[in-house]
Write a protein that binds this ligand. Structure first.
Ligand SMILES: Cc1cc2nc3c(=O)[nH]c(=O)nc-3n(C[C@H](O)[C@H](O)[C@H](O)COP(=O)(O)OP(=O)(O)OC[C@H]3O[C@@H](n4cnc5c(N)ncnc54)[C@H](O)[C@@H]3O)c2cc1C
Ligand SMILES: *[C@@H]1O[C@H](CO)[C@@H](O)[C@H](O)[C@H]1NC(C)=O
Ligand SMILES: *[C@@H]1O[C@H](CO)[C@@H](O)[C@H](O)[C@H]1NC(C)=O
Ligand SMILES: *[C@@H]1O[C@H](CO)[C@@H](O)[C@H](O)[C@H]1NC(C)=O
Ligand SMILES: *[C@@H]1O[C@H](CO)[C@@H](O)[C@H](O)[C@H]1NC(C)=O
Ligand SMILES: *[C@@H]1O[C@H](CO)[C@@H](O)[C@H](O)[C@H]1NC(C)=O
Ligand SMILES: *[C@@H]1O[C@H](CO)[C@@H](O)[C@H](O)[C@H]1NC(C)=O
Ligand SMILES: *[C@@H]1O[C@H](CO)[C@@H](O)[C@H](O)[C@H]1NC(C)=O
Ligand SMILES: *[C@@H]1O[C@H](CO)[C@@H](O)[C@H](O)[C@H]1NC(C)=O
Ligand SMILES: *[C@@H]1O[C@H](CO)[C@@H](O)[C@H](O)[C@H]1NC(C)=O
Length: 639
């Protein structure tokens, strides 16, 4: 009974030593005694769960209908949470007549909020807005009224494990949809849901440096990190402790949440592996409400394997992780860009002068871009990372920009590695680029800036992803053919932006225990993670959104034909990806479903394209594809 009490959980011993290195916030746990008084927060029993595919009740409870918990039940939950239950209004409600209206606040949100951390510290907001259903857009001139749309109904501002356990138990016992939000960066609406109770892990910011950590074959430095850590904060902790930790490149991305759950890339990925490869232990609240430590000695055959690569919001709520740490490391960065504007080939004295790297010949431009992607194989072989975009500018004008990151090198070695690329661009493609004569080597740690993240259309982006297998790079001729049919066609004809990130988290680089995990095997043999990016304007009709989906399928179809078995990265992939099970999880999918059914037989955790999610769908009120603005119900007639 006191198994869930503080003392036993923290002192529980095995032959390997102490299990569960808990932060103070993790020692505050829900007890059987707490649950005895409030039936709605009683723990679950996996052995007594109904069969996985039972169809009643067919839907999750819906606010204000007969199956929704009563006000007094919500009050009781709030009491058990010590008052941490929030019922926030959407931020933009300040712009609409009614509850929450405040003109000053509205003006500030419209004009200044993008330059602050506001949207990340806000309990409901997510960076990508279309899944919400556009029912409360931020504007000085509102039409209609503001409704919650795809936003959750209640939010638990979790600051203890007890909060999370009570919320999971309540959602499971009362058939309420549950969502988990950390930073809200997910591009596919996976951190929101209409009519849900949201567990907000953002405030779990604990950090501890562990000079020596031993588990299995690992012996070395480690860090213990709370689930709410953001990448910029993680960088500052690295500087303060004179260490390096693999972290997301994006400053405001969660350093633990979605990123660690399904691979996760960053500047050191070719050198030290993916986010999932760094994990040495995981503290988690599972669907039955219990708090566990999962590591190479505990639950090693299922959860330990599945939680590293098997996806977020699937097996439980992670409260903290222990990650590998490395000695401090410097990174040398070299940026390269060139563009093309064929109209400048016609002499026109009134036209603006071409900049030094602006070409007029499309063959040169695309030849140079293709070569640069091919050359990235040398950079990743040296432990480096290539980060690029190809932008269509209209009227057959395009620009290409890339940055090459080289860890642990010096100026002369970096120059020697990069110079042949510049020489070949000059000679084979007449692109007048020169290698900078000053390539600074700067510490990887310590540049963590607290950045805002806008709630604007700029991040309202749909991604389509593929992990391009290294076999495509066999030689430059073969690569040029593939490149033209896949990347060039999508940008030149399709008008999509291409985002290419070159890195190579091979099995050797991943090492132990990363190599034995649920990470899609496609990552181990990939040399490029390519995505097509498309801004999804707000306020599209469902029909317009579907038409856009159809159009992009034409281009993704060509990728499909040339790379039939290629994997894709869920976090920067398409929530409408066809056959997402194989694309995002590969051969591991079947085994992952087994783990899901064993650990969450109720289907408490649900988010689009996560393991086992095909049995449910959101019935969006207007049919907008993949919107979260609707009730979550079982898919009927299809098992
Ligand atoms: C500006 C920007 C920059 C980016 N840069 C990078 C990058 O450099 N590298 C990269 O690999 N990706 C990058 N991404 C993609 C990023 O990895 C995903 O958006 C990722 O899902 C973010 O995770 P989060 O926890 O921060 O966000 P959230 O949207 O809060 O969560 C994402 C998913 O994880 C679940 N989740 C969150 N916390 C937990 C938890 N504690 N337990 C269980 N489930 C949880 C949520 O329910 C949701 O399904 C970037 C995205 C953006 C918007
Ligand atoms: C929960 O309780 C706190 C403290 O009493 C209160 O401030 C808060 O408004 C309550 N939440 C809800 C949703 O009623
Ligand atoms: C509106 O918001 C501003 C800024 O937060 C605050 O100072 C003011 O009191 C609010 N006005 C009303 C009427 O609530
Ligand atoms: C936005 O705020 C800036 C000051 O930060 C001010 O100069 C500008 O006029 C404001 N714009 C609008 C449209 O309110
Ligand atoms: C969440 O809880 C923390 C800690 O109690 C508190 O500082 C913060 O203001 C809360 N956030 C909201 C939005 O209530
Ligand atoms: C010359 O350039 C100007 C300015 O960009 C443009 O308006 C004009 O159409 C161009 N003329 C020709 C003949 O291309
Ligand atoms: C493309 O060229 C046409 C005709 O010269 C011009 O009207 C249009 O504005 C241009 N578009 C862009 C995006 O430059
Ligand atoms: C730079 O690095 C290379 C390769 O590691 C090494 O051989 C060389 O001595 C270094 N040069 C300087 C100036 O440190
Ligand atoms: C890293 O770069 C800094 C200056 O940016 C320099 O002081 C330091 O010596 C470098 N460290 C290593 C290990 O090269
Ligand atoms: C390069 O690839 C092309 C196309 O696949 C092939 O025809 C050619 O023989 C290859 N060249 C070399 C040197 O391997």
């Amino acid at each position: 009974m006191s198994l869930f009490g503080v003392s036993l959980a923290t002192l529980f011993l095995t032959a390997q030593g102490v299990v569960g290195r808990n932060f103070p916030f993790e020692s505050a746990q829900l007890t059987q005694a707490d649950a005895r008084d409030i039936p709605a927060i009683r723990f679950g029993d996996k052995e007594r769960a109904p069969p996985w595919d039972v169809t009643t009740p067919r839907c999750r409870a819906w606010p204000d209908s007969h199956d929704w918990p009563s006000n007094s039940e919500w009050k009781q939950l709030n009491v058990s949470l010590g008052g941490a239950l929030l019922r926030p209004l959407p931020a933009a409600s300040a712009c609409y007549p009614g509850e929450g209206f405040n003109e000053t606040t509205c003006r500030w949100l419209v004009n200044q909020s993008d330059r602050t951390h506001f949207w990340i510290d806000e309990p409901l907001s997510t960076l990508t807005q279309w899944p919400q259903g556009s029912t409360c857009p931020l504007t000085l001139n509102p039409e209609g009224s503001c409704t919650r749309g795809g936003f959750p109904k209640y939010v638990v501002n979790a600051t203890t494990v007890k909060h999370i356990q009570a919320a999971v138990n309540f959602a499971r016992n009362k058939n309420v949809r549950l969502v988990i939000k950390n930073t809200g960066h997910d591009f596919g609406g996976r951190s929101m849901g209409a009519g849900s109770l949201s567990i907000w892990v953002h405030n779990l910011k604990s950090f501890e440096f562990i000079p020596e950590y031993n588990v299995g074959r690992y012996s070395g430095m480690a860090v213990h990190v709370g689930a709410g850590m953001e990448s910029w904060e993680q960088f500052n902790h690295m500087a303060a402790n004179n260490i390096a930790v693999v972290a997301p490149g994006g400053n405001s991305v969660g350093a633990v949440g979605g990123w660690i759950a399904v691979a996760g890339h960053g500047g050191l990925t070719s050198k030290y592996g993916l986010g999932s490869d760094q994990v040495l232990a995981i503290n988690i609240v599972t669907a039955d409400g219990k708090f566990l430590t999962v590591d190479p000695n505990n639950h090693q055959d299922d959860l330990w394997w599945a939680l590293r690569g098997g996806g977020p919001s699937t097996f439980g709520v992670i409260t903290s992780v222990i990650l590998k740490a490395y000695p401090p490391i410097n990174v040398t960065t070299a940026s390269l860009s060139f563009s093309v504007n064929p109209s400048l080939a016609t002499p026109n004295t009134t036209a603006p002068p071409a900049n030094a790297n602006s070409l007029t010949d499309l063959t040169s431009f695309w030849g140079g871009v293709s070569l640069t992607y091919h050359y990235c194989t040398h950079i990743i072989a040296a432990g480096g990372f290539c980060y690029s975009y190809i932008y269509p500018l209209g009227n057959s004008s395009f620009s290409f920009t890339t940055s090459h990151f080289l860890p642990n090198t010096n100026f002369s070695a970096a120059s020697a590695l990069l110079q042949p690329l510049y020489t070949q661009l000059n000679t084979a493609h007449t692109i007048p680029v020169t290698l900078p004569t000053n390539l600074p080597s700067t510490p990887y740690a310590g540049n963590g800036r607290r950045t805002g993240a806008s709630g604007s259309e700029a991040v309202n982006t749909r991604y389509r992803s593929r992990l391009f297998p290294s076999s495509l790079w066999r030689n430059t001729t073969q690569w040029a053919t593939i490149f033209a049919a896949t990347i060039r066609a999508a940008v030149e004809e399709g008008g999509y932006t291409f985002h290419g990130i070159g890195y190579s988290p091979t099995a050797d680089v991943a090492g132990w225990p990363g190599v034995d995990s649920a990470v899609h095997p496609a990552w181990r043999d990939a040399a490029l993670h390519g995505s097509l990016m498309e801004v999804q304007p707000l306020g599209l009709t469902a029909a317009e959104a579907r038409k856009r989906d159809e159009r992009v399928k034409g281009y993704v179809g060509r990728w499909q034909a040339l790379m039939p078995g290629a994997g894709a990265y869920m976090n920067e992939g398409d929530p409408a990806e066809a056959e997402w099970q194989g694309r995002f999880f590969g051969v591991h999918y079947r085994r992952l479903v087994g783990v899901k059914r064993r650990w969450d037989p109720w289907g408490v955790f649900w988010a689009r394209t996560t393991v086992g999610s095909e049995g449910w769908e959101v019935q969006s009120w207007d049919g907008y594809p993949m919107s979260q603005n609707g009730r979550l119900c079982r898919v009927v007639g299809e098992k």
